[in-house]
Design a protein around this ligand. Structure first.
Ligand SMILES: Nc1ncnc2c1ncn2[C@@H]1O[C@H](COP(=O)(O)OP(=O)(O)OP(=O)(O)O)[C@@H](O)[C@H]1O
Length: 283
């Protein structure tokens, strides 16, 4: 499927898409248990960059994303988008979650699902309809605006979720293991769709995955997180050609080297334990 992504004219990546995470910590406090999920995360994703985050299961990837999206208050540290602190879901950010079936409203049509956040943005009707049409075309779904999500395949539903995020014209697109629930063929198509949309629209993308190959194939930078309590263990710059192709790119010797590098870091990440904060004994 070819993808013509052009929601609005491409612009040089604006400073407003720069994402900074500084000293981010998150401790969950329940009645019976306190759990330090994220210890200390600091990194920057430059405006217009596509960065992937990988880490062992339970490392706090979703926690990190929810803090960045302003959906969860951090215990310490700060998130800044374009230099402005993120204290609530900011207008310049959109999120695509893994569970597309739960993030789309089954009683709304495809077009109505995509339009919903634009209504909250209080855009006039004609502008909303233009954005819906162009976003659906960008993800290859121009011909099913009146279908309901449950009439579509899983991959198509995830395309609707991506279209909804794009219609919002975000400076930063956050993606939380968005393709974990689709089959391998669809996953490859959606990976290429993500790269091509990113290329066309030059937005900042932060893509969380537990799949090392996916992180290397998609990213310009791969951030490797330690096990919980989480810190950034390392950052790997992906110096593969900008135009990626599923078979050719994955067959490159450099792809294998990068994959091995990230794999080795993940193995280290599983056993990496940060020292407890000063004054606190490790149980
Ligand atoms: N609301 C909560 N209350 C208490 N602990 C939580 C809560 N949400 C997450 N955690 C814990 O925080 C840790 C990090 O969870 P999180 O879902 O962020 O990790 P993850 O890296 O996204 O995991 P996975 O790769 O398995 O999806 C886990 O140990 C989890 O049990």
């Amino acid at each position: 499927m070819t993808t013509q992504a052009r929601v609005s004219p491409p612009a040089a990546p604006a400073r407003r898409g720069r994402l900074e995470v500084e000293g981010l910590a998150k401790t969950y406090r329940g009645k019976r248990r306190t759990f330090e999920a994220v210890r200390d995360l600091t990194f920057t994703v430059e405006a217009g960059e596509l960065a992937c985050v990988v880490g062992p299961s339970g490392a706090g990837k979703t926690t990190l994303l929810r803090c960045i999206a302003g959906l969860l208050p951090p215990s310490a540290g700060a998130v800044r988008l374009g230099g402005e602190p993120v204290l609530a879901p900011p207008p310049g950010m959109a999120v695509v979650f893994q569970e597309y079936a739960r993030s789309l409203f089954p009683w709304l049509t495809v077009a109505q699902n995509v339009e919903l956040p634009l209504r909250q943005k209080k855009l006039p009707k004609a502008a909303r309809h233009g954005l819906v049409e162009r976003s659906l075309a960008a993800v290859g779904l121009a011909d099913v605006p009146d279908a309901h999500p449950w009439q579509l395949s899983g991959g198509m539903q995830q395309r609707v979720a991506i279209a909804r995020a794009l219609a919002y014209e975000p400076d930063v697109l956050l993606m939380d293991e968005p393709f974990a629930a689709v089959d391998a063929q669809t996953r490859a198509e959606l990976e290429d769709l993500t790269r091509s949309l990113w290329h066309e629209l030059r937005m900042t993308v932060l893509f969380v995955t537990h799949d090392i190959d996916e992180a290397v194939y998609l990213g310009e930078q791969v951030l490797v997180l330690s096990a919980s309590p989480t810190v950034v263990l390392d950052s790997v710059a992906v110096d593969l050609p900008a135009r990626r192709e599923q078979l050719a790119t994955r067959a490159l010797p450099r792809f294998a080297e990068l994959r091995a590098e990230v794999f080795t870091l993940i193995q280290r990440a599983k056993t990496y334990h940060t020292a407890p904060p000063a004054g606190e004994a490790r149980a």
